[in-house]
Design a protein around this ligand. Sequence first.
Ligand SMILES: NC(=O)c1ccc[n+]([C@@H]2O[C@H](COP(=O)([O-])OP(=O)(O)OC[C@H]3O[C@@H](n4cnc5c(N)ncnc54)[C@H](OP(=O)(O)O)[C@@H]3O)[C@@H](O)[C@H]2O)c1
Length: 281
Amino acid sequence: MSDNKKYTVTEHILFPATPLNLEALNKAVANKRILITGGSFGIGEQVAYKLARAKANLVLVARSKEKLEEVKMQVEELGGNVEIFVADLTNETELDAFINKLKSEDTGIDIFISNAGKSIRRSVFDSLDRFHDSTRTMALNYFAPVKLSLALIPQLLKQQGQIITVSAANVLLIPAPKWSAYQASKVAFDQWLRAASPELRAKEVAVSHVYLPLVKTRMIEPTEAYKKFPAMRADHAATIVCKCIISRQRKFKPWWLIFGEIGSVLFRVPIEFFMKNSNTK
Ligand SMILES: NC(=O)c1ccc[n+]([C@@H]2O[C@H](COP(=O)([O-])OP(=O)(O)OC[C@H]3O[C@@H](n4cnc5c(N)ncnc54)[C@H](OP(=O)(O)O)[C@@H]3O)[C@@H](O)[C@H]2O)c1
């Protein structure tokens, strides 16, 4: 259940511990109903456990029924209340059925954690017959959270709620080769929500963008090159998401990302030259 992998020295420096005030978290989630998309594995699963300890009321949605049932058992053991829904959010009929279910209930959603995501790392030359890589990443990483947000905004307005998006640090950097489908879809929702957030904030709905570095989940397992990269633990990423519930802060990004952002502007030409000439497997 927990993610006990130890950090290396480099990882300790890159990902300093995030203190979490449990009393403040208990208070922030008391009588709130929290939707986590992708609550069956990885970051979403760990967020569910952290919120369960704060006795939160959770709604989890993902495709893997058995895994969701396991998570439900753990959440209940930890003291949380949870409802699980099995749905493929890329399937319009299943997404609509899930949305209709949420809309038909008396108890609305107070906090929407948009976490479900799919990544694909593939060269554009290996993608020539794979337009579906773009449609499926857009379906999950962009269209599903947009449709859910639009459906939930009336409920969030009533409860001065919050939308938290689990985004990626690369969204703020020079686009990396081989990530075109994934990166475009993550940028799309990030931009959509950034554009919507002044309107939402004006009506007391908080919006938080969590720009995560590499995180040790099954998402990065297929990428050989990432086995040796420093990566955050999923439970640490979950702590950051929980901290955003307490603080309702606009964004989280790792302390060092600002240097990448500045470098992306100042050193764009050499970085692009390096990218053109590197051939990371
Ligand atoms: N891992 C990283 O390095 C990293 C870095 C930055 C940002 N992120 C972001 O973090 C979020 C969580 O990723 P993760 O690393 O925790 O990955 P993960 O372990 O693969 O978890 C992804 C979650 O999304 C759910 N999901 C996938 N496809 C779905 C679909 N079609 N319908 C409904 N649910 C679906 C999965 O559940 P089922 O398979 O049961 O459906 C799972 O619960 C993603 O938005 C990702 O972009 C990850």
